[in-house]
Write a protein that binds this ligand. Structure first.
Ligand code: NAX
Ligand code: K
Length: 480
């Protein structure tokens, strides 16, 4: 089973399924609280005094459990919470108080002497922005500068105000707030703990898939020992325009670094292309399919730096009937609308997606999952909606990438990605597999180069070693 990205509702359903399977919910809370206590011990090994702020729901219950274990491990512990817990959370509170640990009201919060704060005010049960004493506690915790370990989610996200955590212990599964900004920025380092939740309870194929190293490794095309340059994928890159001489070259580089055997670059005659020794050049007087056939390609990437010639280049490339990646200047509604049901991957950024959906780019960026799904529905193609994180859609399937960083928001990065996906299509992968693996691998390569100042060609250069790392099991997802 692939890993899924949960919403609060979906996690509640998983909870109920676990209970229906016979799994006692108090055991989940015990495991959750203990995982939080362990996270405190591991991430702040020098701390001896931990203050816990807890709410009325199960998130608070996890906080009481964490406080009990920290107390038993010899920490100085102070716990602040309102009265009125019920069910498991009330039990967890009693178990803590049985050790003689007093729970004081939130209003009495005094952070003097604390070395770490555990934030267990609210988790997935948040129903409105924090206000009153909760908002005050969040503000005081933030202002204290003390390290914060959040239980499941930093309390208050995705609204403001919210707690800003250094470590967030995600329970049972990752939620949207752990992946998407601005909430993600409040999480700090994210560690996922399974809390003993039965696998069957977590099965939720309707939810977006999270791209994991295991799942992506399985998609890597094999490279037979007797491969030759014509047998592992021939890619045609079509693009370029007066001032955009680097974009198609970067796509060609991406395709080669992702394993293509031969890359041909078609571009308008007279465009002074960046030199790339290994690329076969195909200068054209006009964008015509007959001319492009000469490349004998198995997949095509079109649109990178094509300027106003983008739509024409795309029409000619699509006439070849090959699996295709449409990017940049090829992403106009009339062109994409002709691709329904064909093996076509489109790779818009929010601005291009806005053009295709006739919406505002801010709207797309604020609701990327919904936008990717809408694009897939409207155009009947495989969608790669680039962003932090990149979101993918095909038919009813959604996926969210887990590699890459804001360092990859630089010129040419998307061109490399188009080349990578085209190489994977040429190697025989289905569009959904080529798109998911391409996005994941590209991000992984970026992560290996650095966190700021990345150049697109460096990311392309890092693709082979990222692949080696993936194959040799040396890649850990960000939540481990
Ligand atoms: N399967 C799971 O994921 C498990 C989840 N557990 C914990 O349970 C949490 C969810 O528990 P609940 O559904 O009880 O919800 P929470 O405890 O997250 O929040 C609900 C409580 O917060 C109050 N509340 C909501 N919005 C508020 C606001 N703005 N200001 C002040 N109070 C507010 C509600 O009235 C209610 O008392 C998870 O985040 C996790 O920490 C664990 O106990 C173990 C199992
Ligand atoms: K919390």
């Amino acid at each position: 089973m692939g890993m899924r990205l949960f919403t609060a509702d979906a996690m509640r359903r998983a909870d109920r399924r676990a209970v229906a399977l016979g799994y006692p919910s108090l055991l989940l809370m015990e495991a959750a609280g203990r995982a939080v206590a362990r996270a405190v011990r591991e991430h702040f090994p020098d701390a001896r005094a931990v203050w816990v702020v807890a709410g009325k729901g199960n998130n608070g219950g996890d906080g009481f459990v964490a406080a009990r274990w920290l107390f038993l491990w010899g920490y100085r512990v102070a716990v602040y919470a309102p009265d009125g817990q019920a069910g498991d959370a009330a039990q967890a509170r009693k178990a803590l108080e049985a050790h003689g640990v007093a729970v004081r009201p939130l209003e009495a919060l005094d952070l003097e002497g604390a070395e770490v704060v555990v934030d267990a005010l609210v988790g997935t049960g948040l129903s409105r922005p924090l206000a009153g004493v909760y908002a005050e506690v969040a503000a005081r915790v933030n202002a204290s500068g003390l390290p914060v370990v959040a239980v499941d989610l930093p309390s208050g996200v995705p609204f403001t105000p919210h707690v800003r955590a250094d470590v967030t212990v995600a329970l049972a599964g990752l939620k949207r707030e752990h992946l998407f900004y601005p909430a993600r920025a409040a999480c700090g380092r994210i560690v996922l703990d399974g809390i003993g939740m039965p696998e069957a309870a977590l099965e939720a194929p309707e939810l977006p898939e999270l791209l994991t190293p295991e799942a992506m490794r399985a998609l890597l095309p094999e490279r037979p020992g007797n491969a030759h340059k014509g047998s592992v994928g021939r890619v045609l890159v079509a693009g370029g325009y007066a001032t955009y001489t680097g974009a198609p070259a970067l796509a060609a580089l991406g395709a080669y670094r992702a394993g293509a055997g031969l890359v041909t670059l078609a571009y308008p005659e007279g465009v002074p292309l960046e030199p790339l020794l290994e690329v076969v050049r195909l200068p054209l007087a006009a964008w015509r399919a007959e001319a492009l056939r000469a490349a004998r390609a198995e997949a095509v990437a079109v649109g990178m730096g094509a300027g106003p010639g983008g739509p024409e280049a795309a029409r000619a490339a699509l006439e070849l009937g090959l699996p295709a990646v449409l990017d940049a200047d090829a992403l106009v509604p009339e062109v994409v609308a002709a691709c329904r049901g064909r093996p076509v991957v489109i790779t818009p950024h929010p601005g291009e997606a806005a053009r295709l959906l006739e919406r505002r780019a801010q709207e797309i960026a604020a609701h990327p999952l919904e936008a990717a799904r809408a694009l897939a529905e409207r155009y009947g193609v495989t969608v790669v909606l680039k962003g932090g994180p990149t979101v993918l859609a095909e038919g009813a399937h959604l996926a969210v990438n887990t590699t890459g960083s804001a360092a990859m928001a630089t010129g040419g990065m998307g061109d490399v990605l188009s080349g990578v996906i085209a190489a994977l299509l040429a190697a025989g992968l289905r569009p959904w597999d080529a798109a998911r693996l391409g996005v994941y691998w590209h991000g992984l390569a970026g992560d290996r180069v650095g966190r700021v100042g990345l150049l697109a060609h460096e990311v392309a250069e890092a693709l082979p070693q990222a692949r080696e790392a993936l194959i040799s099991d040396a890649v850990r997802p960000f939540w481990v």
